[in-house]
Design a protein around this ligand. Structure first.
Ligand SMILES: [Zn+2]
Length: 75
């Protein structure tokens, strides 16, 4: 397991290995979520509040899927 910093809350998190075009994290504050490689590059430039909004939206969208929020795009 590799650890890094959560792209949403800046806390130390575990990186879950993935094979797809996304990164997956398990964060004590944010929970488990996925973020596309493209979004991951852009998200650091957003405010903390905006990042949390992105995760909230991904959580709402994850209802009914496999249940893991996926941040695909940065708005
Ligand atoms: Zn986090």
């Amino acid at each position: 397991m590799t650890s890094t910093t959560c792209p949403i809350s800046d806390e130390p998190v575990e990186v879950i290995p993935t094979v797809g075009d996304y990164a997956e994290f398990d964060c004590p504050s944010c929970g488990r979520f996925r973020i596309s490689r493209t979004a991951l590059k852009l998200v650091a430039k957003r405010s903390r509040r905006r990042r949390e909004t992105l995760l909230d939206k991904a959580r709402a969208d994850a209802q009914g899927g496999d249940g893991i929020p996926f941040i695909r795009n940065i708005f």
